[in-house]
Design a protein around this ligand. Structure first.
Ligand SMILES: [Zn+2]
Length: 273
């Protein structure tokens, strides 16, 4: 599933290729993935709108449009946003025609095998569901004090709390395992048992690991590709995620797999406490 670094990779590329562009047509719609508007509204009201800003909050891309419109996009499990794709492609759910700043026609496709992706079209503000999200895990604003406050008194495992988008937005299964490995914390530790020093360490590793994912243009363990169809590189630098049975690169112990919050989790019991 695309997490914050993968979504940020797509956001940066969209911001560059769509700067100064405007929507000219809505050529295909998948009603099952559409939220906060009707298909008719999208087809009638989107064409003609300019793209003012391509932003991001957690795993959501938020496109600010002319006329106070907003497109909020979530890639779900297997979503891909492709600009001018060369191939015909299977599982295309939305197709948009655009006019670039220089008048050149462009094509933006939203492909999604599993159809868990979402496209919200709203006016006056982004999708209402964004109100439930905590601050962006990479860009904030938040600090160790905020994190300590959110973990205080919690009996849920720290891994489950990192995945809860109401505390911090953007962390998913892969980066949670990596962040906890680098923090030398067991994913099973109840959130409320972390010491102040451990919370500070965790608060440093969260943006550090996500920033590394952004620098490496995302993690392509499954379907992730960028807007040009290219894979990221973070999967070659994983220390914990899906490494069960392998040797820990820090202490030489053996990584094990447990299930936390319904998600496969791997960690080193010898050096993550
Ligand atoms: Zn270890």
């Amino acid at each position: 599933m695309p997490e914050l670094p993968e979504v940020e990779t797509v956001r940066r590329q969209l911001a560059e290729s769509l700067a100064g562009a405007r929507y000219s047509s809505v050529d295909q719609v998948e009603p099952a993935m559409l939220r906060d508007c009707t298909e008719q509204q999208l087809r009638v009201e989107l064409p003609g709108r300019s793209i003012e800003l391509v932003g991001r909050r957690g795993k959501y891309i938020v496109v600010t449009l002319g006329g106070e419109g907003f497109l909020t996009l979530h890639l779900g499990m297997t979503g891909q946003l492709l600009v001018d794709p060369k191939d015909a492609g299977a599982h295309t759910r939305f197709i948009f025609g655009l006019e670039a700043a220089d008048g050149r026609p462009m094509r933006l496709e939203f492909r999604d095998t599993r159809k868990f992706g979402r496209l919200h079209f709203t006016s006056g503000g982004p999708a209402p569901r964004l109100a439930a999200l905590g601050p962006d895990a990479w860009k904030g604003p938040w600090d160790a004090g905020y994190l300590a406050d959110r973990l205080s008194g919690r009996t849920a495992p720290i891994k489950a709390l990192l995945l809860d988008q109401r505390h911090l937005a953007g962390i998913g299964n892969i980066y949670a395992d990596e962040i906890l490995w680098w923090s030398e914390l067991s994913p099973l530790r109840p959130g409320g048992t972390l010491s102040t020093a451990e919370v500070v360490r965790l608060a440093e590793e969260i943006p550090a690991r996500l920033g590394e994912g952004v620098r490496l243009l995302g993690c392509s363990v499954s379907d992730f590709v960028d807007t040009a169809g290219k894979e990221g590189d973070f999967q070659n630098w994983l220390r914990a995620y899906a490494k069960q049975g392998q040797e820990c690169s820090r202490c030489g112990g053996t990584l094990v797999r447990v299930i936390i919050a319904g998600r496969g989790t791997s960690y080193c019991p010898d050096c993550q406490h």
